[in-house]
Design a protein around this ligand. Sequence first.
Ligand SMILES: Cc1ncc(COP(=O)(O)O)c(C=O)c1O
Length: 380
Amino acid sequence: MFVHTRKFLGLTGMELDNASRLRQHLEKFDRCSLGHFPTPLEAARRLMPSAAAPSIYVKRDDASGLGGGGNKVRALEYLIPSVLSSGADTIVTAGVVQSNSVRQVAAAAAKIGLACHFGMITDRVPVVDNDYAETGNIFLDRLYGATCEPMSVRDDKPRFLQAMADRLSREGRRPYVVPYGCANALGATGYLRCALEIAEQAASAGIALTHVVHASGTGGTQAGLIVGFALLGLDIDVVGIDIDADPIGVRARVTGLLEQLCADVGLDADRLRERIIVEDRYSAGHYGMADSRTVDAICLAAQREALLLDPVYSGKAFAALLDFAAQGRFSSADRVLFLHTGGTPAIYAYRSHFDRGALERDRETPCRGMREGQRYRRMS
Ligand SMILES: Cc1ncc(COP(=O)(O)O)c(C=O)c1O
């Protein structure tokens, strides 16, 4: 049970002081406007209609605008000014074939008139399927004019990116490396700002949030939210769902970024480290692979609230949220915000995993998930 006893209506005087402290901190950074902010914060009553269920809200960071939206747009609003001030003409980054991060970086590069060159990790996700290889995010990367070169999950990412940047420099370009997942302290500042946005939206709607649930991978989203809520003096549990099948790695990345943000804002990291919650049972055992529970959760969200979740990130996080509610880990008094971090274009790449049966509407058992025999083919 996530125990929560706190009662709260609106930002209190002290929280308003904290909000202006956070705002002042954010003003120290250059930020460029790339996305559509604030994203909506919506009630989603049909997701859990039972009287015993907590109240569910959705923060629509899938609707952040730029290039198909998603959580990295917030990071890029802080990273792009640094790219521009470096005089770069090419952004270098990396991700899997269906990386949402790469797609958002490629879109940002297109928007500001820079080239984008990325390392495409071809062997992390054992899916052998033309949709995966050609549609969804990778299709959009190409549409935004980005170019790629293959890399392996075994490559050391920072070293590979630096080697790529060095080679581009020798060719006369001026590269800037945006790290894997846009995950550094500057990028995570985007979710410090999001914490403030959520607090203000919730306060003006009179919603006393108790939990935020979201997919966690490279850690910037979760670190930014935890530090942001702490700065605001808000006791909201940020529940990160491990989508990497590597909860220790996810926790370590969240911790590293949280420590950097704490140092920047003058908070005690020791106290905040214990607030990091990483749930480890919803990754389907492998990054980039969906199980029937994930597919069922995606179908439920689509059929009850017309929300488009993806099989790699937001679908797994939402499956976790449904399971927490089924296990009674929330009380009916809780107000739970599902942070929809995006990933929608990947749905097309994973099309083969939504069979006819899975798409049939059935209010009791929302959908059947994948047929046996329609599992991902694993590479031997
Ligand atoms: C759709 C989506 N949700 C969640 C995440 C995880 O966010 P973070 O890497 O900040 O932990 C990602 C990361 O790429 C993502 O693409």
